[in-house]
Structure formats: structure tokens, C-alpha cells
Design a protein around this ligand. Sequence first.
Ligand SMILES: Nc1ncnc2c1ncn2[C@@H]1O[C@H](COP(=O)(O)OP(=O)(O)OP(=O)(O)O)[C@@H](O)[C@H]1O
Ligand SMILES: [Mg+2]
Length: 284
Amino acid sequence: MTKDQASKLRDLVPDREVFPRVENSLATRRLGITSGKGGVGKSVIAVNLCLLMAKNKHSTLLIDGDVNLSGISILTDSVPKYSFLDVKRGKKLLKDVVHEYAENCSILSTGSGELDLLKSRTEFLDHLRMQFQQLDGTYDYLCIDTPTGISSLVFGELASCDEVAVIVTPDPTSVADAYAVVKIMTYFHPHIPLYLILNCVRSEDEAFETYKKFDLVTQKFLHRQIQNLGSLFYSEDVIESVKQQRPLALWEFETPFLGQLENIMNRWIESAHQGYESIVELNN
Ligand SMILES: Nc1ncnc2c1ncn2[C@@H]1O[C@H](COP(=O)(O)OP(=O)(O)OP(=O)(O)O)[C@@H](O)[C@H]1O
Ligand SMILES: [Mg+2]
């Protein structure tokens, strides 16, 4: 990366100190789910992934990190009574604001649309880091569904994670935004393993071509290979489940989307045993 490129990144996400890493014993694996571009399936994937891990007897916490507009509460038809902000204000203990959504699967809201939160991102991120440290070891897995976009809030949340999954669809604008996320993460947090999940693909060929395109640019310009966790096909069942505000993982019958997501989940779980394949050769 040239000095000019680095300074452009610093302008975009100004304060490197805003998001230091949160050390973790790895008793709880923390996965950030992000994309850059909006509407690509982050929240659908985060909710169903957590529910699938819960079905597999892993205790799981889903953190709704979208302080702008909570997709999670719409997808799960649940309006949390309390949020993370009640802890921040000293009104509640963390354990009292975590809401049990399904067996082994709890949700923590960060307080969607709260104006005072948006006034102070630094304070919010400091508090988030503190809560993450307190939660270490309480759950097997913790997923955070980040807001859309490329901002200090998103990268602050991702810095609190051990690993990050970037969601991308075959749409070229989604590929470009996902690339921007990888570039910024590589600059600020080169040691956080990154994964790719392809969503809304319509064929194996389309999935392969999209991954190839992505892999080509990340290897060429960032000298980095991102592990592909797998693909999720475009599915009318997903659309129906969103309409019904009931995630597919809670449906009585099997759908191909869930089988595909289960493969992705297994690949991610196994990656901890195999060692991460991301190769980083920073070129600052
Ligand atoms: N595999 C899929 N097949 C068909 N539709 C899908 C699929 N994944 C997601 N969608 C559709 O895309 C919409 C957006 O999904 P979702 O809310 O999860 O995206 P998001 O990235 O979290 O959006 P935002 O940027 O607003 O947070 C959903 O309402 C759903 O209908
Ligand atoms: Mg969302």
C-alpha cells in the first residue's frame, strides 16, 4: 500500500486508536458479519447462523450491532425491552439485557436508533469492548451483525471480533464494497482472519466466477488470500421467512438455504482447528 493510499484510508476511518483489539482467551469465538454494501443478507445470515449453531448445542449470542436500523428485531419479530444502552447508563446489568430468543441462542441489542449513542461512537465502542471482555467464556460463539457501510463504527465493532466474515453477492457494487472492507481491515487489523460468504448466487458457476474475481484483486493488490466459506443460493424461502418474520432455522421443514448455511457453519467451526488460511503480507 502506498503512503497516499494509506492517508486516504486514514481520512475515511480517521482514528486508528478508536479501535484497538480486544484480547480474548478464545473461550468464546467472536465473529463479525459485515459487507460494506447494504441489503446483501448480513442480518439474515447472522440470525440463521446463530440459530443453527444453537441447534448444534453451542451456546450462542447474537449482537445486533446495527445502531442505525435494527434488521435483527424485524427478522425475529422481537422488540427488545432493554438494550446495551441501559447497561451503559448504569440502569441494568449485562445479563439482564440479553434476551433469550431460542434454546441456546440469545440476542443482545445495542439500542437501535438511539440518538445519544450516535453522538458518541468512541464511548459506545469503549463500552462494547468492555462488555465483550465481560462476556468472554459465557458463550461458545458470539456473532455481531454490523451496520452497513464503511465507517469508524463498523470497523470499531469488527476490531472487537476474533474473525470477520464479509458477505458478498455477485452484484459488482457488492464486490467493490467488500473489497474496500478487506482493504481497510488489512490496513488496520492485518491479523484478524477474514472469510468470504457468497450470498444470492444463482448457480455454482456464478459463485465460482464471483469468488475468482474477488480473489484475483485481493491477491494482486493486497497480497492476501481470503478463505471462501461457501455460497448461499438465491432462495424464495428466505424472502418468505423475512415476510413472516420467522427465521428459516426455526421452520419445521428443511430448505436448501439451511443446508448451505450449515456447510458454511461447519467450515468456519473447523477453521479454528485447521489454523487460519488467510495469508497476509502487508505492504505498508
Ligand atoms: N439468499 C437469499 N435469497 C433471497 N433473498 C435474500 C437472500 N438473502 C437475503 N435476501 C433478501 O435480502 C434482504 C436483505 O437482507 P438483510 O436484511 O439480511 O441484508 P443486510 O445486509 O443485513 O441489510 P442492511 O444493510 O439493511 O442491514 C432480505 O429482506 C431478504 O429478502
Ligand atoms: Mg442488516
